[in-house]
Design a protein around this ligand. Sequence first.
Ligand code: GDP
Length: 307
Amino acid sequence: LIRLRARLSKSANPLGKALFTILSKNHLTNSDWEDVEDTLLLADVGADASSRLVDQLKSDVRIQGETEPNTVREMLKTRLLAIVDAGMDRRLCAELSETQVPNDQKPSVIIMVGVNGTGKTTTAGKLARFFVAEGRTVMMAAADTFRAAAADQLETWGNRVGVRVVRSDKDGADPASVAFEAAHTAKEQGSDVLIVDTAGRLQNKANLMQELGKIRRVIEKTAKVDEVLLVLDATTGQNGMAQAKVFADAIGITGIVLTKLDGSARGGIVISVQQELGVPVKLVGLGEGPDDLTVFDPATFVDGILA
Ligand code: GDP
């Protein structure tokens, strides 16, 4: 978490800087408030949330009769934190994080979904590493059978973090059959966690929905799907919202992983996604390496974007 703050602040944060400048004035005019709203929009906070935030802040300032810059910034921080936090449960595989799951309820299954290039496979690898570090036994499944390179990439991650990868030998195999076999093998071997990497070809939405739905159904013959994590690239901004809706419709999602937040101050998408889909951001990707994944903490995040 300290790392998250350090990385977010290091990237000469334009949002923090711009807000700092505007809110440093002793008297805030309507045009200043518009600038605050524009700045929030530029950081992908989303139209509704930005305008609500500015309304709340204006009323805070009016009620407290306070325009001292530091106080106003604190008010903004409090309001922003309330929106980002939204009282959401961010635990990953809730049961797994609290207790030793009984053998007959293993494995906890995590399905990774998202558009190609967002960082799905990389995040699957990092997540495997995360659970291994916690002393869990992990297996991964390459259910993107469309591109052989995708399975190879997941296998490379498997070797890197010491986790077995179930894959098909032939191109174009049925992704659901790979998922089914993986769930079966993971159960047989008593693995704690099974992470399933899927394809993300949005060009053919109907097929993709069918495929994801089928993957989920076949896994549920053997095991419980604990999480469906949608991987979103923070640098794609509001485009990510449209993607999120497609996946939410196709398979239902339980959490978001926001990748590539290193070097981007556009993490405001966190707010739009949570508000519009009612799904919490659970993890954040901060680089390409195996340890560049961290749990999402609202307070650290808000400190980071206002730094
Ligand atoms: P997929 O097609 O969704 O499986 O995406 P990949 O896992 O292949 O990732 C696409 C590219 O994004 C790769 O070059 C990754 O190394 C890179 N990547 C993934 N996550 C992050 C991240 O958090 N930060 C940065 N800077 N790059 C990332």
